[in-house]
Design a protein around this ligand. Structure first.
Ligand code: PA5
Length: 493
């Protein structure tokens, strides 16, 4: 594999490690060598198992009952799209470019794994006011709206207000099963509006609807009946919440003008790290000097997915951290956090297990959740997601003749410097009370970083599932509400 032309993201959990000279009472709030020693071989087994599962999946051999469902197909999607299936990636890009040329608005219909990844990509990698910008400043790409992710009369009406009377919009409808009610209801309502917009021109209508769906199901049948020229598959063996790097996420991303190759390259680079990182240390590392002897041994390696899974698990079972706070530092990361909320909840929230995820956006939520994180129950593992370098020119606090706000003494400080002070100050305040934090650092908020982060969190979630004996694929618990809703809506005559 060639060396990627972007910087790696890092996962640093060193602040979670208790120093050897700490008193016993505070050591119990962090991780100690014995914890890591216990964990290292188990994590190595998990890595081996995951690579074997991928192999089994690729060979198409029979899947043992205890592994079913086995949706290992997400793992090598990046390598597939950048290699043997490049044609499929090109087809996605071509359809995106065609729609972008024809349309000023695209409505993406989908729920759960069929929309959260695309939204995360849009919020992280596009201009924060993308939809408000004039077309030229959007790079000639369409505005994007997400619907079909709820059953909300007024929200749907609001969207119809936007598109009715215009003729330059399109629908991307995404559902793997093809039968999800929320998405299907919105699609039916929106098709009627699109039909009116197209003036009953059937050919135009077909070109303005792009379904992304599984091999079979109601949406695929509907796509055939409509005669849509472009229909993209969600491959078998890729679960909804693991599908962001299929057309589910790639088509919206390409529509927005994002660099999907960079996204996939980032994800492939994370796969490479997962596969090839040296085995986790299981013997004592001899340190030199007093500083070195503070480092607990054995310690984990440079394998972010495995490290993240292991640390989360240890903090949960050994330190009672049953709540996982993804503490994002920047507005563009909120939807990424929500995507992760779903990934963790649906993958591991089974058989009475699974940590509870919460996303916070700082510094905003320091003014809402911050109090609880500083002084509330000690049941949280806080993992920061911090972006090292902003994409835009730096803003600095200006001098002012009016200094009633006493900001002149900060004049010249940049907004990132202020954010960094908040970040450091917050983590120091937590650490002073032995509330230890870990940090995922992204060099920049861009496609390459997002690709790495998405893949890291997907691999880590599967690894944790294997570690605790919970199948990270499938979501049987979601069926209960659907059954009841259908029974209420369609009572047997
Ligand atoms: O992770 C999953 O599989 C789910 O969250 C699904 O993505 C969600 O229920 C939507 O399903 P579908 O794509 O079949 O409409």
């Amino acid at each position: 594999m060639t060396t990627p032309d972007f910087d790696p993201i890092t996962y640093d959990y060193s602040s979670l490690l208790a120093g050897q000279s700490e008193p016993e009472s505070t050591r119990q709030t962090g991780l100690v060598p014995a914890d890591l020693k216990w964990l290292a071989p188990r994590l190595e087994d998990v890595r081996r198992q995951m690579l074997e599962e991928l192999d089994l999946f690729q060979k198409g051999g029979p899947v043992p009952a205890e592994l079913q469902p086995l949706d290992a197909g997400f793992f090598d999607l990046p390598e597939q799209f950048l290699g043997p299936r490049r044609r499929d990636l090109e087809a996605i890009q071509q359809t995106a470019d065609r729609l972008a040329a024809e349309c000023d608005r695209v409505v993406v219909l989908g729920i759960g794994g069929s929309y959260m990844g695309a939204r995360a990509l849009m919020e992280a990698c596009c201009h924060p006011y993308f939809n408000e910008l004039p077309r030229k400043r959007r790079g000639g790409r369409p505005r994007m709206y997400f619907e079909g992710n709820n059953v909300d009369n007024d929200a749907l009406q609001g969207l119809l207000d936007l598109v009715e009377g215009t003729d330059d919009w399109a629908i991307v409808v995404i559902s793997k099963s093809g039968g999800t009610l929320e998405t299907a209801v919105a699609f039916r309502l929106l098709i009627n509006a699109l039909r009116r917009s197209c003036g009953n021109d059937r050919e135009k209508l077909r070109r303005r609807i792009v379904p992304v769906t599984g091999r079979s199901g109601r949406l695929r049948e509907l796509a055939q009946a409509l005669g849509c020229p472009a229909v993209f598959p969600i491959p078998d063996g890729v679960g909804g919440r693991y599908s962001v790097l299929t057309a589910v996420g790639l088509l919206p991303a390409a529509l927005l003008g994002l660099d999907v190759e960079h996204l996939l390259e980032g994800a492939a680079a994370m796969n490479e790290r997962f596969r090839t990182a040296p085995p986790l240390c299981s013997s004592e590392r001899k340190g030199a000097g007093s500083e070195r002897s503070e480092v607990p041994v054995p310690f984990l390696s440079s394998n972010p997915p495995l490290d993240y899974a292991g640390v989360g698990r240890l903090m949960e079972v050994r330190r009672g951290a049953v709540t996982r706070v993804l503490s994002t530092w920047g507005k563009g990361l909120e939807a990424l956090g929500l995507w992760y909320d779903q990934l963790l909840s649906e993958s591991l929230g089974k058989n009475g297990q699974g940590a509870t995820p919460i996303t916070v956006v700082n510094t905003r939520d320091l003014h809402s959740r911050g109090q609880q994180h500083q002084e509330g129950r000690r049941d949280k593992l806080i993992t920061n997601v911090f972006v090292e370098k902003p994409n835009r020119d730096l803003l600095a606090v200006p001098q002012s003749e009016l200094d009633q706000d006493r900001l002149n003494e900060l004049a010249g400080k940049t907004v990132p410097e202020i954010l960094h002070a908040a970040f450091t100050g917050t983590n120091r305040a937590y650490a002073d009370d032995y509330r230890r934090t870990a940090t995922i650092s992204l060099p920049r908020l861009d496609e390459a970083s997002l690709g790495q982060l998405l893949q890291m969190l997907m691999l880590a979630t599967v690894a944790e599932g294997r570690l605790i004996g919970v199948n990270p694929f499938g979501q049987p618990g979601v069926e209960a509400y659907k059954r009841n809703m259908n029974a209420i809506l369609r009572p047997k005559k």
